[in-house]
Design a protein around this ligand. Structure first.
Ligand SMILES: Nc1ncnc2c1ncn2[C@@H]1O[C@H](COP(=O)(O)OP(=O)(O)OP(=O)(O)O)[C@@H](O)[C@H]1O
Ligand SMILES: [Mg+2]
Length: 279
């Protein structure tokens, strides 16, 4: 479909006898954010590297922006934050970005570099050498490189693993800004609470196989009643979503004091653990 940013059909990778990815079929629409989840070694980074044309598939194929994976002209329209990366210690952040701007043949490099430095909150330290950076600052620089030139698709392989809570919330806001501009985000992450907040859909892989795929609501199911905090603590009530106002009205009518009401649905983490344990 013309509106698909990312398509994979039966994408597979073996390393000798190790099956890194068995059969990945998915599509991500333009402007969507997909959470790509799975336990360590499930094949997530391998899938990303194949979609980017960095690792050769042993089966299946795919397309980015309507072109077969590996297409060189499409590469300039894709951003990538690898999971393990290291820029030379002796370069300043600005120099790293200037180098990548040259690779991308950006017309107005200084402006593009300032834009991404602001985007990741690294402007003040941009003239310092990478060797003097904390882990989180290096991850921010990696994000800045991925965002340089305003790519149409951004692959983020664990973008927040080194970030403090404020940094994580900054990245969430950044992903929301990308989506507001119609950019497509492919997010590998182990932070399921984060994924739940920014992604439209998720795909869960385990040992190279897709074990679940769909919207977060479809995966976690309808809320199963509510938890209500009363004077003496929390109590669970099994009611349909439409019946919550009546429940609250009844309790208040009985003279009960209500301090809080919250849905009692399964979280993405509950579903993830159940799926992966079962496998
Ligand atoms: N270059 C390689 N040579 C041999 N085996 C590899 C290679 N790269 C990955 N693998 C294997 O492929 C499997 C999937 O690895 P991959 O890095 O894709 O996992 P992942 O889901 O990204 O895990 P993590 O959450 O730890 O980042 C693992 O069994 C890994 O050992
Ligand atoms: Mg990985």
């Amino acid at each position: 479909m013309p509106d698909d940013a990312i398509v994979a059909h039966a994408l597979a990778k073996r390393y000798g006898r190790v099956v890194a990815l068995e059969d990945l079929t998915l599509r991500v629409g333009r402007g969507e954010c997909l959470g790509f989840l799975g336990p360590n070694g499930a094949g997530k980074s391998t899938a990303v590297k194949m979609l980017l044309g960095l690792v050769r598939p042993t089966g299946g194929g795919g397309e980015l922006l309507g072109k077969p994976i590996g297409d060189r002209r499409t590469r300039a329209r894709i951003g990538y934050l690898p999971e393990l990366f290291r820029y030379p210690d002796w370069l300043a952040a600005r120099e790293v970005l200037a180098f990548h701007a040259r690779l991308l043949r950006l017309a107005d490099a200084p402006r593009a570099i300032d834009a991404v430095l602001d985007e990741v909150g690294l402007r003040e330290r941009a003239r310092d050498r990478v060797g003097t950076y904390s882990k989180g600052m290096q991850q921010r620089l990696g994000l800045a490189v991925a965002l340089l030139g305003d790519p149409e698709i951004v692959f983020l392989d664990e973008p927040t693993s080194a970030l403090d809570p404020v940094g994580r919330s900054d990245v969430r806001a950044l992903i929301e800004r990308l989506r507001a501009r119609g950019r497509t985000v492919f997010l590998n992450s182990h932070l399921l609470g984060e994924v739940e907040r920014v992604c439209d859909r998720v795909c869960i892989v385990d040992r190279g196989r897709v074990v679940a795929q769909g919207t977060i609501d479809a995966l976690t199911g309808e809320a199963r009643g509510v938890r209500v905090r009363l004077d003496d603590g929390w109590r669970d009530f099994d009611v349909a979503p439409d019946d919550v106002p009546a429940l609250v009205a009844r309790l208040v009518g009985e003279g009960v004091r209500i301090h809080a009401v919250e849905p009692r649905g399964a979280t993405l983490e509950d579903r993830f653990i159940a799926l992966v344990r079962r496998g």
